[in-house]
Design a protein around this ligand. Structure first.
Ligand code: HT7
Ligand code: ZN
Length: 859
């Protein structure tokens, strides 16, 4: 497959101002007639041919200006048509079989309905078209089909006409007034019902809102509808962005490659991000639904009204929209906890990407398959980069920059550079050097030393941006660090400051400190970097107990644990050092458990041990077995040391009745955390308590939490409750996904055998991405099972990739990074991982998706 380079971008020689599409719908046979109005693009180089992208299509007929075209040809999958005039009408007919589309890109069938996924390059699986985001057209769509099978016919924009046809068919015509690229096209036909609502926009437009689902799912749609209303309201108030159609439809489908899709006026969602009620969805599910609904809604401006010029600019819409959804969720769910959760995701998903063979800048320079670049780097690091601009400018000036960007580029296909320029002008920032954040990959490491002499504290900072594939040498980047210097005696500081480290090394002096202060740095996680410093345990215990920045408090606790486990799993610790490290962690944890001023939700964050992935990231070469043993050993020791505190905590929060308010949600979170420590320290006691929690549960958060703990233990209640859970929820796809996941992530020593058996379960199928992820993605993230010494875990994932690739290449390729980390793993396991990658690479029928990921991982 060819390498596509950012620097090779050229505008398309033809404009396509209008497209009329006609669909004669059938699950196995759909006929598509597409009529394009094309005109020469004065801003591009003249060409006397037009390239219409296709993917697996056959043209049944091609006409130009009403005459059959005899001179078209195929170049690979693309249709090439000679065109000599200034403007033409091109008509192409194609036939497709949605039921055979297991890739879930283009038009496909899911549970008896038809739906589309066109981003990034799915439209070319429906009809021949210049399938690139800088070709914007106005769409008119007519669809017809059997009414009994497809009573509901939906498309982008507004329905302008409908009627009955012959032989039990009906039809509808839709028009979208907003020009859009083909990736935002959507069509849905099926037997659906809606939970409907209304929203009045700030200028008084009445918008009809619909959440479309299968009839049996209707009772679980209220939260999605409310989330949509909140998102619409928030975008008006926080960004001044108003909705621009009279209708906003969301459709939930069970078979979906990603979370959701922002098609203009017709968002298509994975059911996982729509359906919720307390019995079937956890608090985390409720929050994720609110966040994803917001994300897709916010795309209406950051993505749809202003779209991307080419796919290298993906972070322009994704990074920005993730930041917008994070700010929204901070406002809805609480700023401190949400920030910690977002940083945890960044560290566990993006940091490994940035330090491995698949590292790429947030604006990549080249790709073979764009689907491989919907990554945590483009999304989450992209959001962090824009967040840094906000931190440097302050919220008001940042808003002015956003306003200018939307105003200047409305209706255009823009670039990251356009965004940066709007920020420079609108927010008054100099971003010359900051542009490096768009072009350099790798997580910068900032080394910190605080020196004290006389009444001056001097902060010495240096930065190092590590080499990444294709980028051996890096330049220093501007790194905004929010800091505070605490007086040890009073526990107070004189105000937070922002220092921007713009050079390889720099020093910053602060006066008025008779005694050495305690440094709190990168508060709120103001820059996506790692901080390296030698700091006494006592300072970290101090910050964990009393930093007034919640994130910094969490960070101090993490640093305390990370430094201990990394030392223990690396060179090893002597008894005295181990005892001192553990004692410091115990002191800090006990203070957190005892702190009556803390809300339980924040307590739940503070007591969470760093993940194995994050711990591995801290080591040049990681031994997963040793890290796992040290982490579990520490957890068990803390569970025993603080057993009575955890039992008392569990008892206290168990008294709080189910509710959606913060206090009750916090109670549910810390309840299971307490069980997790107890399960490590005193498994018999924890098994009893988890069983009781499961039996008393009147909501999924408590029930799933209890079952998660039980699944990791060898107790009689384990099998009992797993059977009960399955029976209780049999037929509910999303909850059965949880059942698969709980067993795949389990700490049980036989987890790998359980996964093997579950792969043969009648409910398991490779055709549903949620089900595949629920078993195998969960397993690949289970360190002790996946990294088992025999290499069986690696074999299992390689087998999965090979089996899934022909069915769903996008989903298969997403499993490759778990094996691609081999260079950072101890040599015996590394050889086994590499061997599996080579076995995959040896297949001669790999998809472009998997081929690219495997080659990069081995390269
Ligand atoms: N913009 C959407 C991306 C997406 C996607 C990409 C590739 C293949 C399938 C897909 N489904 C959705 C989702 C988003 O970021 O909002
Ligand atoms: Zn998005």
């Amino acid at each position: 497959p060819p390498l596509i380079r950012r620097e090779d971008y050229t505008p398309f020689p033809w404009l396509v101002p209008q497209i009329a599409l006609e669909f004669e719908l059938g699950i196995e046979h759909t006929l598509v007639t597409s009529t394009l109005t094309v005109a020469r693009n004065a801003k591009a180089q003249r060409s006397d041919t037009i390239r219409l992208n296709g993917d697996g299509l056959t043209a049944l007929s091609v006409t130009v200006d009403g005459e059959p075209a005899g001179d078209w040809s195929m170049d690979g999958d693309d249709l090439i048509l000679p065109l000599h005039g200034e403007a033409h009408a091109i008509k192409v007919v194609t036939a497709i079989d949605p039921s055979a589309n297991s890739q879930l890109m283009g038009l496909y069938a899911s549970s008896g309905m038809l739906c589309t996924q066109c981003e990034a390059e799915g439209f070319r699986r429906i009809t021949f078209f210049p399938d690139r985001p800088d070709v914007l057209s106005t769409y008119t769509v007519r669809m017809s089909g059997p009414k009994a099978e497809f009573p509901i016919l939906l498309c982008n924009g507004n329905r302008v006409a409908e009627g009955e046809g012959e032989g039990g068919t009906h039809w509808a015509e839709w028009h979208d007034p907003w020009p859009k690229p083909s990736y935002l096209f959507a069509l849905v036909a099926g037997d659906l019902v809606a939970n409907s609502g209304r929203f009045t926009t700030m200028s008084g437009r009445e918008v009809e809102l619909n959440i479309w689902v299968r009839a049996e799912d209707l009772p679980r749609t209220e939260h999605a509808l409310e989330s949509l209303k909140k998102s619409m309201q928030w975008d008006e108030q926080a960004f001044g962005r108003e909705y621009d159609l009279d209708l906003f439809n969301i459709v939930a489908v069970s078979d979906f490659n990603m979370g959701a899709m922002e098609n203009k006026g017709l968002n298509v969602f994975n059911t996982k991000y729509v359906l919720a009620d307390p019995d079937t969805a956890t608090d985390a599910d409720f929050d994720a639904i609110e966040g994803v609904i917001a994300h897709e809604y916010f795309h209406n401006w950051s993505g749809n009204r202003v779209t991307c010029r080419d796919w290298f600019q993906l972070s322009l819409k994704e990074g920005f929209t993730v930041l917008r959804d994070q700010l929204f969720s901070q406002d809805m769910q609480g700023e401190a906890v949400k920030r910690i959760e977002d940083v945890r995701i960044l560290r566990s998903a993006q940091f490994p990407e940035d330090s491995g063979p698949l590292a790429h800048p947030i604006r990549p320079d080249s790709f073979r398959e764009i689907s491989n670049f919907y990554t945590a780097t483009v999304y989450n690091k992209g959001a962090e980069v824009i967040r840094m601009m906000r931190t440097m400018a302050g919220p008001e000036r940042f808003r002015a920059g956003c306003d200018l960007y939307f105003e200047r580029h409305d209706g255009e296909a823009a670039t990251c550079e356009d965004f940066i320029r709007a920020m420079e002008e609108g927010a008054g920032l100099d971003l010359e050097q900051f542009r490096l954040w768009y072009s350099q990959a790798g997580t910068p490491k900032v080394t910190v030393r605080l020196e004290h002499s006389g009444d001056t504290a001097t902060l010495h900072l240096s930065q190092q941006v590590p080499p990444t594939p294709g980028q051996p040498d890096k330049q220093a980047m501007p790194i905004p660090l929010r800091i505070a210097l605490f007086d040890r005696a009073t526990g107070k500081h004189e105000g937070e400051q922002l220092v921007v480290l713009g050079k390889a090394e720099d020093s910053f002096a602060f006066t008025g400190f008779a005694e050495p202060p305690v440094l709190s740095i990168n508060r709120g996680y103001s820059a996506p970097v790692t901080i390296e410093r030698t700091v006494p345990h006592a300072d970290l215990v101090f910050l964990a107990a009393q930093d007034d920045d919640s994130f910094a408090r969490y960070e101090a606790m993490q640093e305390l644990v990370v430094s201990h486990i990394v030392a223990a799993a690396g060179d090893g610790l002597d008894d005295a050092a181990r005892a001192a490290g553990r004692a410091a962690i115990r002191t800090a944890l006990a203070a957190i458990l005892a702190d009556a001023a803390l809300d339980d939700s924040m307590r739940g964050e503070l007591v969470m041990l760093p993940s194995q992935t994050y711990l591995s990231e801290q080591m040049l070469i990681a031994d997963p077995g040793r890290i796992h043993a040290e982490r579990e050993g520490l957890k068990a020791w803390l569970g025993r040391e603080l057993e009575s505190e955890f039992v008392a905590l569990h008892l206290r929060v168990s008294e709080i009745p189910y509710g959606l308010e913060q206090a009750a949600r916090g109670a549910r979170k810390i309840k299971t955390q307490a069980l997790v420590y107890l399960a490590a320290g005193n498994p018999d006691l924890a098994a009893q308590m988890a069983k009781a929690q499961y039996e008393a549960a009147d909501n999924m958060t408590d029930r799933q939490g209890a079952l998660m703990v039980l699944t990791g233990l060898d107790s009689a209640a384990r099998t009992d409750k797993l059977i009960d859970f399955y029976r209780r929820y049999q037929g509910n796809e999303l909850v059965i996904d949880k059942w698969f996941t709980l067993q795949a992530i389990s700490l049980h020593p036989h987890a790998i055998e359980h996964v093997r058996v579950l792969a043969g379960h009648p409910d398991f199928t490779l055709r549903n991405p949620n089900r595949v992820r629920s078993l195998y993605m969960a397993f690949a993230g289970n360190p002790h099972a996946f990294h088992g010494e025999s290499g069986e875990g690696y074999r299992m994932i390689a087998d999965l990739i090979l089996a899934l690739d022909p069915i769903n290449a996008q989903t298969a390729a997403r499993f490759v990074p778990s094996l691609g980390r081999w260079r950072r793993i101890e040599p015996v396991r590394a050889a086994l991982m590499r061997q599996e990658l080579e076995r995959i690479a040896a297949s001669d029928r790999l998809s472009r998706d998997t081929f690219e990921q495997v080659t990069r991982s081995l390269g």
